[in-house]
Design a protein around this ligand. Structure first.
Ligand code: MLT
Length: 269
């Protein structure tokens, strides 16, 4: 799919045919984090794995706000013929909450992966400030090792090819984009009050060893969303789509196949 964003052309990678599914990546990553999952889903769905503004190969500038990212994903959803599946991983989940806040037109089923509804607390905001200072002085290289240690489970950290792929992805992100992401996440509003009003079928998924958004918190989030299904991914940390792409794709595929055709737009505003 090609779209114009802030006056510039942006190509959005897509693969497969079927009901549309849009996959929203996390920080400090880009759409390539979904490659294994997207390949598996593409046998049944038309899968989009966009790079958010400024990330990966998206040439447009990030605006330092989750709402701006939500506008970008909204522009993709707006081009689709009918209700789509929306999957947000971590920061991508924050983007999904921003879309829900405005009614999420054209979302027929929602998957929230390794994410949280709560805003940053004071310690979280202070950690964002420290990371902003680090990327200002040293770019992605200054945060890459610390992030990888938090993103992966101890067992995944032993997987040299996974670590190498992840490292390349983090290192290709621009310092100004990383700063923009950190600012956007620091300033995002709390979405806890939204959970009870989510009216679209929802799946919440988390790695059992998630060190960033703990599985227990994800499970509690699922319990707060009417009718939501919770799936736990064993032998995975935070980055479930790259650590266990087959298991994540299987859970998403089953969920979207069940819910997309019958799905109705969300109204959690
Ligand atoms: C992510 O995985 O997108 C981020 O680590 C989320 C966060 O830092 O809040």
């Amino acid at each position: 799919m090609n779209l114009e964003w802030k006056g510039q052309p942006v190509a959005v990678r897509e693969l497969g045919q079927g009901p549309p599914v849009v996959l929203v990546h996390g920080y400090p990553l880009d759409g390539a984090m979904w490659s294994g999952v997207a390949r598996a889903l593409s046998t049944r769905f038309r899968v989009f794995k966009p790079d958010l503004p400024g990330r990966g190969e998206n040439p447009t500038l990030p605006a330092g706000s989750i709402d701006d990212d939500a506008d970008f994903i909204g522009a993709i959803l707006g081009q689709l013929p009918g209700p789509a599946g929306l999957a947000g991983f971590s920061m991508g989940g924050y983007v999904a909450f921003a879309l829900l806040r405005r009614g999420a037109p054209n979302v027929g089923a929602l998957a929230l992966l390794d994410t949280r509804a709560a805003a940053d607390d004071d310690a979280g905001k202070a950690a964002r400030e420290a990371s902003i200072a680090a990327v200002r002085s040293g770019g992605a290289a200054a945060i890459v090792d610390g992030m990888i240690a938090k993103l992966l489970s101890p067992a995944s950290l032993q997987n040299a090819s996974l670590v190498e792929r992840l490292k390349r992805m983090v290192l290709r992100q621009k310092p100004e984009t990383l700063e923009s992401d950190l600012t956007a996440m620091r300033d995002r509003p709390d979405a806890t009050g939204l959970l009870a009003r989510i009216a679209v079928p929802t799946l919440v998924l988390a790695g059992v060893e998630d060190a960033i958004t703990p599985a227990a918190e994800c499970e509690a989030m699922a319990a707060a969303i009417p009718g939501a299904r919770y799936v736990s991914i064993p032998a995975a940390g935070h980055l479930t789509p790259m650590e266990r792409p087959g298991a994540v794709a299987a859970a998403l595929s089953e969920f979207f196949a069940e819910n997309l055709s019958a799905g109705s737009p969300a109204n959690g505003s």
